[in-house]
Ligand binder design. Structure first.
Ligand SMILES: *[C@@H]1O[C@H](CO)[C@@H](O)[C@H](O)[C@H]1NC(C)=O
Length: 335
């Protein structure tokens, strides 16, 4: 079934509103909040200022954009209550990793003009570049940007967004460990972040492991739709796969000597179409509503209880100009 992105967007809003009604006191006031990914690879979106008005109307206070698009950053001027995460585009990393002057130029062009009236909280260096062939370009750019914002005394955190494919093992969570490539590319990044307790941003999609084994993985476990313990891991009981994946990453970091590093969930969500009865608006709505409740509850995960986290849903819109790829996500993003 093909849904227009407008319909899907309204559907998405209704999911959020439902949660809002369900938990009016918690949603806006909670310390842990929901953000939205605002992808821009499409030609059928509302204008950025209309998008921001929609965000405001539903209490969204964090957005993540994948590149420093002038139109969006201009529209954000004056909305200082919206915390913005801005990405350095993957294709710019090569030039930026080669020299610090290039990083200064990037910052002067893409960030500095907005500092006075846009609340830029994070700059993320690359999106799911680690693990991969250009993964080694991330660390030098992060180092240059970290030095730069420190020298300017700016409260901007410098981090990167990484994929779950850094995990060699994730089941049970306590067996979590990184791949050898992640050990080379990610661990130095985690050590840099540890020096300043800056969060690592991770994309967590329980949909993918679920879709690879839907007969053995209960759908309710994948969509936060049960309170029963489904996976018992030593003293820790898991009723949802999201927490299990999150904690596998925490265990993997600990095994590399990285303890207590905060994690932000930079993307999660469930496709609403594209893979038969595993991807329906109903399931996607269930996942999103339950994810929002989980974050807003501040419960944390079994390994990090009461240690709330921020989470960004993917995504605001279906991006109709996204290139199709071998990875399923670009073909049918969430909304
Ligand atoms: C999808 O359809 C198959 C075959 O009818 C069924 O066994 C399975 O339970 C369905 N899955 C979901 C999530 O509805």
């Amino acid at each position: 079934m093909v849904y227009s992105s407008k319909k899907l967007f309204l559907f998405f809003l209704s999911c959020i509103m439902l949660t809002f009604n369900y938990n009016t006191s918690g949603f806006v006031a909670a310390a842990n909040s929901i953000g939205l990914n605002y992808g821009l690879l499409g030609d059928n979106f509302p204008t950025p200022s209309n998008v921001l008005n929609l965000y405001k109307s539903i209490g969204i206070t964090k957005i993540r954009i994948f590149d420093p698009k002038t139109e969006v950053l201009n529209a954000l001027r004056g909305h200082r209550n919206i915390e913005v995460t801005v990405g350095v585009r993957d294709q710019d990393l090569g030039a930026l990793s080669a020299n610090e002057e290039a990083v200064k130029g990037w910052f002067a062009t893409n960030i500095e003009p907005y500092l006075a009236d846009v609340n830029i909280a994070f700059i993320t260096v690359g999106n799911e570049v680690i693990p991969g062939p250009i993964g080694p370009q991330v660390l030098p750019v992060m180092q240059s940007l970290t030095i730069l914002v420190k020298s300017m005394n700016l409260p901007i955190s410098i981090s990167t967004v990484v994929a779950m494919s850094n995990l060699e093992q994730s089941y049970p969570p306590s067996a979590g460990e990184f791949t050898s490539q992640a050990r080379e590319q990610l661990v130095p990044v985690l050590k840099l972040l540890s020096q300043t307790s800056t969060p690592i941003l991770v994309n967590i999609y329980p949909y993918f492991p679920y879709a690879s084994d839907p007969t053995n993985i209960p759908l309710d476990y994948a969509t936060f739709n049960t309170k029963a313990t489904v996976v018992q891991d030593g003293p820790l009981g898991y009723s949802n796969m999201f927490d299990a994946i999150f904690d596998a990453f925490v265990w993997a970091m600990e095994k590399e000597g990285v303890k207590d590093l905060p994690m932000v969930v930079s993307e999660t969500g469930w496709p609403s179409a594209g893979n038969g009865n595993l991807t329906t608006p109903d399931i996607a709505g269930t996942y999103n509503r339950n994810f929002v409740k989980h974050i807003v509850s501040g419960k944390g995960t079994p390994k990090r209880p009461n240690n709330g986290m921020d989470g960004f849903l993917f995504a605001t819109f279906n991006e109709n100009q996204k290139p199709a790829g071998t990875d399923m996500k670009p073909i049918y993003k969430l909304f």
